[in-house]
Design a protein around this ligand. Structure first.
Ligand code: BDR
Ligand code: CA
Length: 309
């Protein structure tokens, strides 16, 4: 199986991504590394442990950075609720937090495994990954691939008109990662806003009759945007599971290998992913930037895998 580290700020959609990975034998989830994002770190690391226990696994959870590299943390309780994982009450986690800091863990793990064998899957702001890269640049060429959720091109932003949340929260970190030279695959809003749940799919999750099915149905109900007039469609965007689905079935997605730069200065467009989709510059391509997803295939995969837990 492919070895991955999931860096995450759960988040209902992070939770579905983690469950998808834990349900899939093609992937060996070495650890979850928590970062501040949707909610503060003390909640994201706790949520991560609850998700691991819901799946009946023992994957270690490491807590990482509590704040972005240089900025004040911006959170998204308006989307995810007070706990970050609102929708269904879960039991207090019994698994303790791993004592090692997530950044030390990422550095140590990449150094300990053969080069090119570990894939990083960031589902939140890029603070942990950027801190590890800045502190230990020797690990960068050891990364097999980074597959992340963040950014947007034609779709615009979701936290400002120009910026997607994960990149906006820590644009300096994103800049480090996008300039690092590590192979990058990006799942932007252009993809994830096409990965909307349907009522039938949510009911299918509920009718699995398992704790995981119940939780996924309750989370996606909570995460549902319920504003057809505003968005032109109903359904909850399952952003972060796109990252894991790509590892399992890359052919579900299509995109372009292009240059993507991060805006770190302009107050108006801070955190924008300036994606050279039409290749109008001669800047070197640094990312496989996805543009679309086979929605039916994506939900078929989710149903089949989540049903295993
Ligand atoms: C991203 O921000 C978070 O709210 C979600 O978990 C996802 O990672 C979407 O912009
Ligand atoms: Ca997330």
């Amino acid at each position: 199986p492919r070895k991955i580290i999931i860096d995450t700020d759960p988040g209902q959609d992070d939770a579905v991504a983690i469950l998808l990975a834990l349900a899939s034998p093609e992937l060996e989830v070495l650890s979850l590394t928590a970062v501040a994002g949707n909610v503060p770190l003390h909640l994201t690391e706790r949520n991560a442990r609850q998700i691991v226990e819901l799946a009946g696994k023992h994957t270690p959870v490491h807590a990482g950075c509590a704040a972005p590299l240089t900025r004040k943390l911006v959170t998204a309780e308006h989307v995810h609720g007070k706990t970050g994982l609102d929708g269904i009450p879960l039991p207090d986690p019994t698994q303790p937090l791993h004592p090692q800091h997530a950044v030390d863990h990422i550095i140590e793990t990449l150094r300990a495994h053969p080069a090119g064998t570990i894939t990083l899957c960031p589902l939140g702001p890029l603070t942990n990954i950027a801190t590890a890269f800045a502190r230990a640049p020797d690990i960068i060429p050891r990364v097999a691939e980074i597959v992340l959720m963040g950014g947007g091109c034609f779709e615009g932003g979701n936290i400002t008109p120009a910026a997607e949340f994960n990149i906006y929260v820590d644009p300096e970190a994103a800049d480090i990662v996008f300039k690092s030279g590590a192979p990058l695959v990006v799942m932007p809003l252009d993809v994830t806003h096409k990965a909307l749940t349907s009522r039938a799919w949510v009911e299918g999750m509920r009718s699995l009759g398992t704790p995981v099915g119940q939780a996924v149905a309750a989370w996606t109900d909570f995460f549902e945007r319920f504003d057809t007039a505003k968005y032109g469609s109903e359904g909850a965007p399952l952003h972060d599971p796109c990252v894991i689905a790509y590892l399992l079935e890359p052919a579900l997605f299509h995109g372009r290998h292009i240059n993507v730069e991060i805006e770190t200065a302009s107050p108006l467009t801070l955190g924008m992913t300036v994606a050279d989709w039409w290749r109008v510059t001669d800047r070197t391509p640094n990312a496989m930037f996805m543009g679309g997803v086979d929605r039916d295939g994506f939900y078929r995969l989710l149903t089949e895998r989540l049903g295993r837990l």
